[in-house]
Design a protein around this ligand. Structure first.
Ligand code: GLY
Ligand code: MN
Ligand code: MN
Length: 430
């Protein structure tokens, strides 16, 4: 039995004020059409606290005056269902293999949950996280407080930050898995660079990435890959991935696998014919400088907005140097002129979710970095065909994205294995 989940439940339970509880719903099975389901993916917070991967399950963790008690509601054993869909743990398995103190069948949740939370001061749960769940929590609390005229009232609180901020600092088990996810994705990007050829379709390139992920153990992508040739790269969330790659195009691929439930999130932009044009290279060098400078800022004590500011300033200056923006660099920066070409944020937390849980602000201020955080750094410049610039720049969209672990002594770029230096990319592709 992996004890890490029980340890996390204990830590979370101790973060709760005394005589409070937290309810965490698991995911339900989702259907693609009729009775054909997607592969089940457990809710990330639920998984973080249990490692348990059966649909329709719910966790309750209580801090009973300092002592932590964890309960789980799970699907009941059903021999016929197991014949079709595989092993079901049932309550007994949830206790013996997942170390819950109590386990019940999920069908009994409406009658049992009110009794389990009677006498608590406050119940936390992930507000708005699951359809119809808010109403369920309210009804359990109502039932618990109205069982007897003299029952104690129970407050409701949002536990999103409580769990999110715990997930924000990755433990050693998580870091090892994230490193592996990043390594697989880096290898897939290397194969992508080696494989691309003019006239290939974007979806053939997508298939190469998915194949390279899966054969290394990352069966699913952590998010829908963006495989964008030429000006498609200027559509930030382009996922059609169905056009033919022109021989003078750049190809932007934003693709990362999920490995053992953890995400990776890499973007590389490379020339379909293996050689950057001078305009492509000029823009690329600005984005690369922003990437390097932003990564430098990711260290303990620095503010999480430092990479943002740094990248905005470098991109503004780079665009002025190339004549794409015209005017004084400082004034253009203050005006936010870069936003016409660099319109998204520099990055996001990454972990079980690609856009991971965890706050970005604390006491109304942006946080400082702490060891164990994992963030993406992903500057970009996107010059659409409609931009008011010289024709030679039009249709160039470039993003470079790495995954950075904050360490005690600085940071570790978990995705540096796949080259971002243009000379190294060209050498790899030759
Ligand atoms: N792939 C999504 C992102 O880069 O944020
Ligand atoms: Mn990405
Ligand atoms: Mn990202």
């Amino acid at each position: 039995m992996n004890k890490v989940y029980q340890k996390r439940r204990d830590i979370l339970g101790k973060l709760l004020p005394k005589d409070c509880g937290i309810i965490i719903p698991g995911a339900d099975l989702q259907y693609r059409n009729a009775d054909s389901s997607y592969n089940f993916r457990q809710d990330s917070s639920f998984y973080y606290l249990s490692g348990f991967c059966e649909a329709d399950s719910t966790i309750l963790i209580k801090n009973n005056n300092g002592s932590i008690e964890s309960s789980i509601f799970v699907p009941k054993k059903d021999k016929l269902k197991e014949t079709w869909d595989g092993h079901i743990e049932g309550p007994e398995g949830a206790i013996s293999s997942y170390a819950f103190d109590n386990a019940y069948v999920n069908e009994d949740i409406d009658s049992l949950m009110p009794d389990l939370i009677i006498g608590m001061d406050r119940i936390f749960y992930l507000l708005g996280n699951k359809d119809n769940f808010d109403q369920k929590v309210v009804s359990w609390i109502k039932k618990a407080t109205s069982k007897d005229r003299h029952s104690k009232s129970i407050d409701i609180a949002n536990g999103t930050s409580l769990i999110g901020n715990m997930r924000l600092i990755k433990d050693d088990e998580e870091i090892a898995i994230i490193k592996k996810a990043c390594e697989i994705s880096a290898d897939a990007h290397i194969e992508g660079m080696r494989s691309v050829k003019p006239e290939m379709n974007e979806q053939a390139m997508e298939a190469i990435y998915l194949h390279e992920f899966a054969k290394r153990g990352g069966r699913f992508a952590a998010y829908t890959p963006i495989v964008a040739g030429g000006s498609n790269a200027c559509v930030l969330h382009y996922v059609e991935n169905n056009e033919t790659l022109g021989k003078s195009d750049l190809l932007l691929v934003d693709a990362g696998c999920e490995y053992d439930m953890y995400a990776s999130d890499i973007t590389r932009t490379y020339p379909v014919n293996g050689k950057f044009s001078s305009e492509q290279l000029a823009i690329y060098e600005v984005v690369l400088e922003a990437l390097h400078a932003a990564i430098e800022c990711v260290k303990i004590g620095n503010n999480i907005m430092d990479p943002q500011t740094k990248s905005e300033k470098i991109i503004t200056k780079g665009l002025v140097d190339l004549g794409i923006l015209k005017g004084d660099v400082d004034e253009l920066y203050e005006k936010g002129a870069y936003k016409d070409f660099y319109m998204h944020k520099i990055g996001h937390w990454m972990g079980l979710d690609v856009h991971d849980a965890g706050d970005y602000m604390e006491n109304n201020e942006y946080m400082n970095y702490q060891a164990g955080m994992v963030t993406t750094i992903e500057p970009g410049i996107y010059i659409s065909n409609d931009a008011e610039v010289e024709d030679k720049w039009k249709g160039i969209g470039i993003r470079i994205e790495d995954n950075i672990l904050v360490t005690k002594s600085g940071n570790l770029n978990l995705t540096s294995k796949v080259p971002s230096d243009p000379k190294e990319i060209e050498a790899l592709m030759s």
